[in-house]
Ligand binder design. Structure first.
Ligand code: GRF
Length: 216
């Protein structure tokens, strides 16, 4: 059983997808603690509903950003957390947490990294006019959305897409691949080599390639 610590800032639908995967028996894990950095983040209601311990940590009460992340590391370590999950956490993670959990922090980003990092990946993709976007689960390093890629899912983009329509299409895939990436980790199948992640027992197939618009 893998012990998870979750960080969130908002509605927490990815957090919910992970809790649901655990509930359905497809992920052998337990969320030991949810930490939010925003008072009233809806993720907290979800934790309450599932009797998961949660904590609001106000960044302004820490003397520095590093101290804030050291505190988070301490709270997680104190509960035996093995893997940290960023589920819509809107801050750049600082060294004290990364050092406490090396290659043991995962984030989900709503674009196919390294395209469209940072805020509003879906809006960036829709405005740029790409034909394919998607989402990425990656390990977290000190950069913004720069760590080793674990899994990606592609979705088609239409010129008529708005930020909202594309976000909804991508979100469905986020909810599939985030629990899946955690499951691969829990099964000990992920190996990080430099910036490349190997997945034991997985080989890419040609039929996984999405072409948009489809070829005749
Ligand atoms: C998701 O789009 C995720 O990719 C991004 O923040 C959003 C969080 O949504 N990092 P939710 O709080 O999980 O519903």
């Amino acid at each position: 059983m893998l012990y998870l610590g979750v960080l969130a800032s908002g509605r927490g639908s990815n957090f919910q997808a992970i809790v649901d995967a655990i509930g359905a028996g497809s992920l052998a894990a337990a969320v030991k603690l949810l930490i939010v950095d925003v008072p009233g983040a809806f993720a907290v209601e979800r934790a309450r509903k599932h009797s998961i311990e949660f904590l609001y940590l106000d960044p302004k009460e820490s003397p520095s950003k590093d101290a804030y992340f050291a505190r988070i590391a301490e709270e997680f370590a104190g509960r035996g957390v093995e893997l940290v999950i960023l589920a819509g956490f809107m801050r750049i993670v600082r060294k004290p947490l990364i050092d406490a959990f090396p290659n043991r922090i995962m984030n989900i980003h709503p674009a196919l990294l390294p395209s469209f990092p940072g805020l509003h990946g879906q809006k960036q993709a829709a405005e740029y006019g790409v034909r394919i976007s998607g989402c990425t689960v990656h390990f977290v390093d000190e950069g913004m959305d720069t760590g080793p890629v674990i899994i990606q899912a592609a979705v088609p983009v239409s010129p008529d897409d708005t930020d909202d329509t594309l976000s909804a299409r991508i979100l469905k895939q986020e909810h599939r691949i985030f629990p899946e990436a955690i499951r691969l980790y829990a099964e000990g199948r992920l190996k990080v080599e430099g910036r490349v992640v190997r997945i034991a027992g997985y080989e890419a197939g040609e039929d996984a390639v999405l072409i948009n618009p489809p070829l005749p």
